[in-house]
Design a protein around this ligand. Structure first.
Ligand code: SIN
Ligand code: MN
Length: 262
């Protein structure tokens, strides 16, 4: 019998996987500089924290800037999704979450696939998100927090927090369009041991499942918690572009397979 890849096995069990020391600190510094220039240039897809001029997120950067177009092809990001999903992938979504020191607000409990399915028409949860930690993630700067193993639950009950036709911002704001019901959370998370917030150094990469329940608290730190999150979707799992309600910077309509660069 062929031994399964230990990374894939662990990902399938828990719904996430952390690789430490993937990008060097000089690479991370370069990515951060490119993000600063990107923000200064001004692009579609930027969202601010509520009633504030502090940036919360930037979306679809790989569509507008060749540096980010190239980043998604990096083998350290794209190889695991290709192997774990069993074939070619394209980028469904690219985002930068800034979580600025003291101002970065929470992300309520949710599952990502609900957004990709209801807003973008993605048929099945055959995607994987890769998050690059651009700062050290600590217990204070609003770490991304997961319910271990919750990806096995398929789609859970969600409460609609905005109008059905609310704009794309309602899907990435401090009050999210679809939030997991409290009863459901109590049911699937019997004790705190099931909560897991990977604390890791800048340069680490976290892969996570479209159905894993996750959230993050507001920052109480004096340092930022910037993160690039790239969602790779299988090329045999593409939405019908007619069903894609959000702008292209939230749901990519170009389904060309990523050509991985080593
Ligand atoms: C997300 O849920 O997509 C990101 C949450 C975070 O950046 O903390
Ligand atoms: Mn999410």
């Amino acid at each position: 019998m062929i031994n399964p890849n230990p990374d894939t096995q662990s990902y399938n069990e828990v719904g996430l996987l952390v690789h430490n020391d993937v990008f060097s600190l000089s690479e991370i510094e370069h990515i951060k500089q490119m993000i600063d220039s990107y923000v200064q240039e001004g692009h579609n897809g930027i969202i601010f924290e509520r009633d504030s001029e502090v940036i919360r997120g930037a979306h679809g950067c790989h569509l507008y800037d060749p540096f980010f177009t190239d980043l998604v092809t990096d083998h350290r990001l794209a190889t695991f999704p290709v192997n774990a999903l069993g074939g070619d992938v394209y980028v469904h979504q690219f985002k930068i979450n800034f979580k600025f020191a003291l101002d970065g607000a929470r992300w309520p409990w949710h599952q990502d696939f609900v957004y990709w399915q209801r807003e973008d028409g993605m048929p099945a949860p055959r995607a994987i998100s890769a998050a690059i930690f651009l700062d050290d993630v600590t217990e204070f700067n609003g770490p991304l927090t997961f319910i271990r193993g919750s990806h096995v639950n398929a789609e859970l009950n969600q409460t609609l927090q905005h109008d059905e036709d609310a704009c794309w911002r309602s899907t990435v704001g401090e009050i999210l369009k679809y939030e997991l019901d409290r009863d459901v959370l109590k049911e699937i998370c019997e004790d705190h041991d099931m909560l897991f917030a990977p604390k890791a150094k800048a340069g680490s990469v976290l892969f996570f499942h479209p159905l894993i329940a996750h959230s993050s608290a507001s920052s109480i730190s004096f340092g930022d918690r910037k993160m690039v999150i790239i969602t790779y979707n299988r090329t045999n799992n593409t939405p019908n572009p007619k069903n894609m309600k959000r702008p292209e910077f939230m749901g990519n309509k170009n389904f060309t397979a990523v050509k991985i660069k080593s």
